[in-house]
Ligand binder design. Sequence first.
Ligand code: PHE
Length: 322
Amino acid sequence: MHRIHEIKSNFDSDIRNVSTIEQLEELRVKYIGRKGLITTAFTFLKDVEASQKPKFGAELNKAKKEIEAAFGKKKSSLGSTKGSVVKMDVTLPGRKNYLGRKHPLIQVADEIKNIFKSFGFSIEDGPEIETDYYNFEALNIPKSHPARAMQDTLYITEDIVLRTHTSPVQIRVMEERKPPIRIIAPGRVYRRDTPDATHSPFFHQVEGLVVGETVTFADLKGVIQAFAHRMFGKDAKVRFRPSFFPFTEPSAEYDVWFNGKWMEISGCGMVHPNVFKSVGIDPQKYSGYAFGMGIDRVAMLKYNVKDIRLFFENDLRFLSQF
Ligand code: PHE
């Protein structure tokens, strides 16, 4: 009897010092394991005096139950404490945090802006919903002009259109300030085109306009060339092909060679005298050049993207490469 109480009081002090699951397991083996103190105490039962047997047995069972209960309590308290062995599979892959980033076209537009800023251009903005006047008339494209067919658009009313190019910003800027002018105007434009690998009903342009007293076509070529070198590296080449735009004369289209191929970027030319007249700038005194730049085209060339539609499908497998 005395022995049972001794075991129990030893156990009570032992379990108070337990702080890990491993220590608890050692204690379990020591007391109620197959050769534990309590377990073996049952074998003494046969040597106990007959009159004492029931009492001894009852005490032993009580001690065993108390010890088992104490184990259960300790185990659950250890399980919820930090620093002990938590149920966690350390071989599982971690959870990844996905960081957002700029769309590749925005990245390319930012690069274009920074290059022209470093050339001394300022950045202008204009509305995507334009009047027929700014989008066509003031740019020397009268109502019946065949050039309108190439830039067919969505008419909101007969006089309000989704702009087909960023060139109307030229007019807005020249109406507001006098030369010298040196601006670019990036933005989205719209055309009634059926989507395919190289066409989208909306796309992005950067307009450029420089007006001064001695501005020449050579300046235009120099700026486009310098831009191409900054954007694509020293090996990039530029070529100009004669073309026609109602708002420039002479006009050209220009291509950039990079990564083994030529890509048509947009049009350019010397500001047409009729355009100057529509904004009240004297074409005898001033001259200027203008250029367009397809941001999507620059991005396709730079990253070797073969289908413009990829930029607008929002497929993360594509976008996350940039
Ligand atoms: N606006 C023309 C286009 O979208 C490009 C251009 C801009 C041509 C400026 C000449 C000068 O096709």
